[in-house]
Design a protein around this ligand. Structure first.
Ligand code: AMP
Length: 283
């Protein structure tokens, strides 16, 4: 595996690969890698000639500076996992490399209503930060295929929108990969590393409640089901930012289900000070 820390080095390597006719797959991450990340790499390896992974904890997307400071860093272990996974290139830039002029004054993107609901409400500025880093990374890694996880459902929609907004000279196809879960159902996440043993045990309730919604969904009024789901979390001492049942295509909240529209149940909740997000297609 080639490890590059500068834009110049990685661009040269990718240009040479493209000149040989190779297709490039790219999975951007913030490190503290787990099997969820590895599933993106597997998909990229199956669908492209050269798989590039980036590890960059993006300061611009943390609305809470304390959350940024506490973000787990496990670079040596990550490198070993990536070597084993058959990743071809790791891009490991510094903040200065990504934001040579700092993060103030970066471009703002018109994300429309997507920024006004769910994560957009509870993490103001977060998706601007996601777009700022993605625009930069896509400009550096001239990928054809971008691999992201359904675990971050709204982020996938935001990036889809970003791809319409920015002008890059090659077509980028976004592949959304299914959420990888622990054996008990907890969605894998780098943040799970911050859960103490009791909180870790309790965290499984999130996926159980999502499944509860899936099993109990009926056409008609779904407000009682949503309220019940939220209560199940609150009863287990979760501090719930939101629990929503939404149109899977555009994320607008659904209160009355026609029995046909594809729905996603989606939530963000704190347990023991750690904010976890998860979602599930429920029909
Ligand atoms: P992160 O390092 O958390 O920024 O995640 C990097 C990429 O991995 C994003 O596209 C995530 O959606 C994806 N990802 C994170 N957790 C999972 C998971 N449990 N299953 C599948 N993909 C995931």
């Amino acid at each position: 595996m080639n490890i590059f820390r500068t834009t110049e080095e990685i661009q040269l390597h990718i240009r040479q690969a493209r000149e040989k006719g190779k297709t490039i797959g790219f999975a951007p991450t913030m490190g503290a890698l787990h099997e969820g990340h590895l599933s993106l790499i597997e998909s990229s390896k199956a669908g492209t000639d050269l798989t590039v992974v980036s590890i960059f904890v993006n300061p611009a997307q943390f609305n809470d500076p304390a959350d940024y400071k506490k973000y787990p860093i496990t670079t040596d272990k990550d490198i070993a996992m990536l070597e084993k996974s058959g990743t071809d290139v790791l891009f490991l830039p510094s903040a200065l490399e990504i934001y040579p002029h700092g993060t103030a004054g970066l471009e703002q993107y018109d994300l429309g209503y997507l920024e006004t609901l769910l994560e957009g409400v509870y993490r103001p500025g977060h998706f601007q930060g996601v777009c700022q880093v993605m625009a930069r990374l896509l400009g550096i890694v001239r990928t054809n295929h971008l691999y992201m996880g359904q675990k971050d459902y709204q982020q996938c929609m935001v990036v889809k929108r970003l791809l319409e907004l920015i002008h890059i000279d090659q077509k980028v196809q976004l592949h959304i990969c299914p959420t990888v879960r622990e054996a008990d159902g907890l969605a894998m996440s780098s943040r799970n590393l911050r859960l103490g043993p009791a909180a870790r045990q309790k965290a499984v309730v999130i996926s159980k409640v999502l499944r509860y919604v899936k099993e109990n969904l009926q056409p008609g009024d779904v407000t009682a089901l949503k309220a019940k789901a939220k209560k199940l979390l609150v009863d287990e001492q979760f501090e719930v930012d939101y629990f929503e049942v939404a149109d899977a295509g555009n994320l607008s909240p659904v209160n009355n289900w026609d029995g046909e529209t594809k729905l996603v149940a989606i939530t963000a909740a704190f347990i023991d000070g750690v904010r976890l997000i998860d979602n599930m297609i429920v029909n």
